[in-house]
Design a protein around this ligand. Structure first.
Ligand code: MSP
Length: 647
């Protein structure tokens, strides 16, 4: 499990700005970490899961001033929102770090001091642009048109002041080589390319101080009391202080290096450039993987307070249950890509996967056992080919789940398990136990019911890290001893036949109640729903298959992307088509930022005559789906070499 040489698993979430009200986006990273931590525990790997809050900086100071309380008091009040939410969402973090913890602050000061003594931190005059909101310095060339911050789009301020700098620039060459030599270090691949792209420009030294006269809410520099530490420098260090760096060497040695730093795509540079150079300066090993997931969007928009489209996880959990929320977030997002959140998609998935497939399966198995086997797990008779096939299917989802965790493709693991749920439902329909009961075929009936229940034992174990509450209930209904309900282990999921015949099942009623579709749909009486008439397709406009095959469609990987100056709609892409690098110009700039498309495996028309678009040569055309104001690029589902033919 990404811990080849160490039998331990340490993973972290970003520490959240304590000022923010946690929304679905924040909850997602923490839930993902929780699910991964639970899977590793299930597999018997000693696991440490760290989360926490980022409590220094200007925004906290401002909010505290507005409320006329001290910044620390403000943090103490707001941190509760995170702690309570994590409790509600069944998060099993091993430690919750706050950057205002005295132990963290002391170690940050020690680190600053040692780097200063080694001349890796020096004082210099800084002239440049500063974004108050992001609390970051930018160079002129980083800015967006109109002197806007490249991160948040707000106007930056010009400042001149003395500050302390960390000699980050001296690590540039080393970092590029490290990233190139360690493909697993930044994941997914296209994010690694993005960081390498960033490192093509000269790397500057990092300003690690803020003068107190401008901003005093931070950790005071040990060598100059007029300054506090830059909030990101302080925050990143949480990943080592949280496991005892500088205070508990044995604990630190046990967990470091981290197996995963889970982050959102917006904080890639701080984690893949600042953090590794800081660790290098501290002579510490690098984390194994920094994994950036995509964003939860509302339609195609980012979730934000100002747009008023923020989804509150507590509302969703209250309305549909914590487990359903966890299941939805984990199964709907392909790790690395953005995903769209809507209640309608949520309800559709809930009804089909949870209420119909899984809930129904449990209720039909239970009903049959209660009615025909005296409410006890029956003793199975001889297997037929049907049982062997089904068992293979269930065990293959055990493997898929394991692979999906290793390869960070959680949605696929869940999909494989749901595939097994459907397979057991089919097996039930085919074996028709109700018929076996009416025919008094007791032996065969016992086998079918046992097979259904035993499959559910394995399935519920595989889904336990995602839906701990509901899977515990399911396992209790199968008559598993109490201790095993909430504590499945991988070895038990790899074996068949662990449900003990004779143990009593428990009728827990429906596991997931089907959710009615929205009021809007309800108002439409069924007879008014128009079923579209199937019309024969007119022959006119049809193409013969051989004509269609004249168009050569091939897979390609986007190597780089940039905006075309003076053309709002165009992006210029360099793509790899089976080892050949080509340039294409695509009208997608209003739908994709360059960094969002780098690394994608797309489909292109490869035998299009070269064309000049705005004077730039284009050698091919990418495929995309368009519906009104939405455009989505067609990508390839899974790994396949670039240049593969599509058709
Ligand atoms: N405090 C810094 C992190 C310091 S880590 C040493 C920070 N905090 S944050 O609260 O703004 O964001 C924390 C995480 O939440 C980020 O990884 C961010 O990507 C994630 N999310 C915020 N909104 C999100 C979505 N809409 N969707 C998914 N995750 C997003 O940055």
């Amino acid at each position: 499990m990404n811990s080849e040489n160490k039998n331990s698993f340490y993973l972290t979430t970003p520490i959240y700005y304590v000022n923010d009200k946690p929304h679905i986006g924040h909850s997602y990273t923490t839930l993902l970490a929780d699910v991964l931590a639970r899977y590793h525990r299930l597999m018997g790997t000693p696991t440490f899961f760290l989360t926490g809050t980022d409590e220094h900086g200007q925004k906290v100071q401002k909010a505290a001033d507005q409320n006329k309380i001290s910044p620390k008091e403000h943090c103490d009040r707001t941190v509760v929102r995170f702690k309570e939410l994590w409790k509600k969402l069944e998060i099993t973090d091993d430690y919750f770090i706050r950057t205002t913890d005295e132990s963290h602050k002391a170690v940050v000061r020690e680190i600053l001091d040692s780097l200063h003594k080694k001349n890796l931190i020096y004082k210099a005059e800084y002239k440049g642009c500063y974004c108050v909101t992001c609390e970051r310095f930018f160079t002129e060339k980083d800015l967006k048109e109109g002197r806007l911050c490249p991160e948040c789009g707000r106007t930056v301020e010009d400042i001149v002041e003395s500050n302390y700098f960390f000699r980050m620039s001296q690590y540039q060459e080393w970092l590029v080589k490290y990233i190139e030599d360690n493909p697993g270090f930044i994941q997914p691949d296209f994010r690694r390319n993005e960081t390498l792209g960033f490192l093509r420009k000269p790397l500057e030294d990092l300003c690690v101080s803020r003068p107190k006269k401008r901003m005093s809410w931070g950790i005071e520099l040990p060598f100059d009391s007029d300054y506090v530490c830059y909030v990101w420098f302080d925050a990143l260090i949480n990943y080592i202080t949280g496991i005892g760096y500088g205070t508990d060497p044995a604990k630190f040695a046990k967990w470091w290096p981290a197996n995963y730093h889970l982050i959102g795509k917006d904080i890639l540079t701080t984690h893949t450039v600042y953090w590794p150079t800081m660790l290098k300066a501290l002579e510490l090993p690098m984390p194994k993987t920094i994994f950036a997931h995509g964003w939860w969007l509302i339609g195609t928009d980012k979730m934000s307070k100002s747009l008023g489209n923020v989804v509150n996880p507590l509302d969703m959990a209250e309305k549909y249950g914590v487990d359903a929320l966890r299941f939805f977030l984990m199964s709907e997002m392909s790790l690395g890509q953005d995903a769209s959140f809507s209640e309608e998609i949520f309800v559709t998935r809930f009804n089909s996967n949870l209420a119909n497939d899984l809930g129904n399966l449990l209720s039909r198995v239970m009903k049959m056992i209660i009615k025909n086997a005296d409410g006890k797990i029956p003793s199975p008779g001889k297997d037929t080919g049907e049982e062997t096939e089904l068992r293979k299917n269930v065990f293959s989802s055990v493997n898929s789940m394991r692979d999906s965790i290793v390869n960070m493709k959680l949605d696929r693991g869940i999909e494989a398990v749901m595939g097994s749920v459907r397979a057991v439902n089919k097996y039930f329909e085919k074996s028709a136990p109700w018929k076996l009961a009416s025919e008094n075929n007791a032996d065969r009936l016992a086998t079918v019911l046992y097979t259904g229940a035993e499959s559910l034992r394995i399935i519920s174990g595989l889904l336990f890290p995602v839906m701990p509450g509901k899977m515990c209930e399911l396992r209790r209904s199968l008559g598993l001893p109490k201790g095993l309900c909430g504590n499945p282990d991988m070895q038990g999921l790899e074996k068949w036949g662990l449900l003990g015949p004779g143990s009593e099942v428990v009728d827990i009623g429906p596991l997931f109640q089907r959710i009615d579709l929205s009021e809007k749909t309800k108002q439409q009486p069924a007879e008014k729903v128009k079923v579209p008439e199937v019309k024969p397709v007119p022959a006119e406009g049809l193409v013969a298959i051989d004509e269609f095959f004249k168009t050569k469609l091939r897979t390609a990987k986007v190597l780089s992307a940039e905006k075309v100056e003076g053309a709002d709609k165009l992006l210029k892409l360099q793509i790899d088509v089976g080892g050949e690098t080509r340039q294409i110009v695509a009208g997608i700039a209003q739908f994709y930022k360059p960094e969002e498309i780098i690394g994608k495996n797309i489909v292109v028309v490869s035998n299009l005559k070269p064309a000049k678009i705005r004077g730039i040569e284009s050698n091919g055309m990418l495929l995309a789906a368009k519906d009104g104001k939405t455009l989505k690029i067609i990508t390839v589902d899974g790994d396949i070499p670039t240049g593969s033919s599509v058709g």
